[in-house]
Design a protein. Structure first.
Length: 531
């Protein structure tokens, strides 16, 4: 087996390691040939020192230079697409086409290019100029950022290629990528292309660095290190909360995406109108990609009645008829079963349980559970246990009023959805219930399942805890996602030649919006005017 090096200060070097690990092919359950180091803190220490030096250098660069790097990196990923996709497929068992090749990889390069555009244009920094007091402010780079990537999106959320990475770089911060242990090889290939893009665009060599794994203690030490500007984390709730505690204790910002069951409320008029269509949508959304999406609909609320019983029967048939997908690894399968066990112990009945024997590798039966509204309200926390994978639970409420109490008892989620009658038969119930769900979710949907996250400037991929660590920020949607990795800097009566470029009287970019004397406008500062 070949032991892969870490990337620190622009060099691929042997790690300071405590041990090694291998990735596993989830479809064959066999270890892949390459070994990857579990770094000691010596590697983190070296990466932080190099990142701090890089951060100082980048501060003197115009934003266009950062944009050029992001564009070049996107081009290089596309040139190596076949190899990157093949490695990601081998490490995750996610489908080559359309999932990886036609959806995730283009989304990854699209994000990088959107971030490049935002960096070059500059409006995201919200430059604010008050000529009456000669006080000026803008959002500036926060410093080195550590990105922990998740297991389910090896490219689009990857630690050296995904949304957190793109946002941090666009602001002007170097990134230390902590690879996910499920797909270290994919991360390595992407880091190789990032390093070459760095060389081609003349960026500091430590702009992008990677380590593969640390001990839990060293991970907590890393996010708390005073040299680190911020952390972006997507992953399990338990691990994320430990990192959050460490970062919070040190006063370091950390932005987390943790846990979400994404409630879907289907009102009676919608079922009377189009139950077959909604059932098909739900089955497809829940089981797509073996349910391994953070926006998977894990909690469906119905109101008791004949239409609801018929709908449940249709969903049961759909779950039983659907093929069983391969999960990302043994840990995902075990966690899924543990979540189902918690739901069952809290009173949920399992309606489907077959088919696992027909799956490949690490897999689990497509699982649908059901619980009454009374039982849910008796133990709402346990009955919101996340079962990440091809699983969902239906809650059958007595009436609209009980649906409201159920929504009041939900935790914070990334998404929430209502299906209603198109002729308005459910409008009164919607008007009563929507405000109660609205405050619990980052994104509210009507009449479509939540699976999938559009890369749109208006997107919020965030929400109240425990969906994320802070409800005011999004992990998807440029330019809003950039603000997580910036600090507000104010300049009071600072001499013009000492100001950062974005705060000059002369606009550094004719397309950039700045708030000048209370008005958003483009162009130069015109002193003495009310514009």
């Amino acid at each position: 087996m070949a032991e892969q090096p870490v990337l620190i200060a622009g060099e691929w070097r042997s790690a300071n390691k405590s041990t090694v690990f291998t990735a596993t092919n989830p479809r064959t359950c066999e270890s892949l040939p390459d070994e990857y180091p579990v770094s000691t803190y010596a590697d983190c220490d070296a990466a932080l020192d190099a990142a701090c030096e890089a951060a100082e250098v980048i501060r003197s660069y115009p934003p266009e230079r950062v944009a050029t790097f992001l564009e070049r990196f996107a081009n290089r990923i596309e040139a190596r697409a076949d190899e990157v996709v093949a490695m990601a497929h081998e490490e995750t068992a996610l489908g080559i086409s359309p999932r990886l090749a036609n959806i995730e990889l283009p989304r990854t390069t699209n994000q990088l290019r959107q971030a490049a555009t935002a960096a070059g244009e500059g409006s995201w920094a919200e430059a604010t100029i008050d000529t009456r007091t000669n006080i000026r402010s803008y959002l500036a780079p926060i410093g080195p950022v550590c990105v922990f990537g998740p297991n389910n999106f090896p490219m689009a959320f990857g630690s050296v290629s995904g949304g957190d990475f793109a946002a941090a770089i666009a602001v002007g911060n170097p990134v230390i990528g902590k690879a996910n242990s499920s797909h270290p090889g994919t991360t390595r290939l992407l880091a190789e292309e990032a390093r070459l893009a760095i060389e081609e665009t003349g960026m500091p060599s430590a702009l992008v660095q990677i380590i593969y794994r640390t001990s839990h203690e060293d991970g907590e030490k890393l996010v708390a290190d005073s040299r680190l500007g911020a952390t972006g984390y997507t992953g399990s709730r338990s691990a994320g909360l430990k990192l959050k505690a460490a970062a919070d204790a040190a006063g370091n910002p950390i932005y987390l995406e943790l846990s979400s069951v994404n409630p879907v409320v289907i009102l009676p008029g919608a079922l009377k109108e189009r139950a077959d269509d909604i059932a098909q949508q739900f089955v497809g959304s829940c089981l797509m990609g073996a349910g391994q999406f953070c926006t998977n609909p894990g909690l469906v609320v119905l109101i008791a009645g004949a239409e609801s019983d018929e709908f449940i029967a249709k969903v049961v048939d759909g779950f039983n008829a659907a093929s069983v997908g391969t999960l990302l690894g043994k840990g995902v399968r075990d966690s899924l079963q543990a979540g189902i066990d918690v739901l069952s112990a809290a009173g949920a009945d399992v309606l489907t349980s077959g088919g696992a024997e027909d799956g490949d590798g690490f897999c689990h039966a497509n699982t649908l559970l059901k619980v009454s509204g009374d039982a849910f309200l008796a133990d709402p926390l346990a009955l919101q246990a996340e079962a990440f994978g091809n699983c969902s639970m239906i809650v059958v409420a007595d009436d609209v009023q009980q649906v409201g109490r159920i929504l009041d008892a939900t935790e914070g989620n990334l998404t929430g959805c209502f299906y209603t009658n198109t002729a308005g038969a459910d409008d009164d119930a919607y008007d009563e219930l929507a405000p109660r769900l609205r405050r619990r979710v980052g994104r509210l949907l009507n009449d479509k399942m939540p699976t999938g996250v559009a890369v749109s400037p208006a997107m919020n991929h965030g929400g109240p805890f425990p969906a994320t660590g802070h409800p005011g920020f999004t992990a998807v949607g440029i330019p809003a996602s950039l603000k997580r990795f910036a600090m507000l800097q104010c300049f009071d009566d600072v001499r013009p030649h000492r100001l950062p470029r974005l705060l000059w009287d002369q606009s550094p970019n004719p397309g950039m919006w700045r708030r000048i004397d209370g008005q958003w406008r483009r162009g130069d500062v015109t002193k003495g005017s009310d514009s």
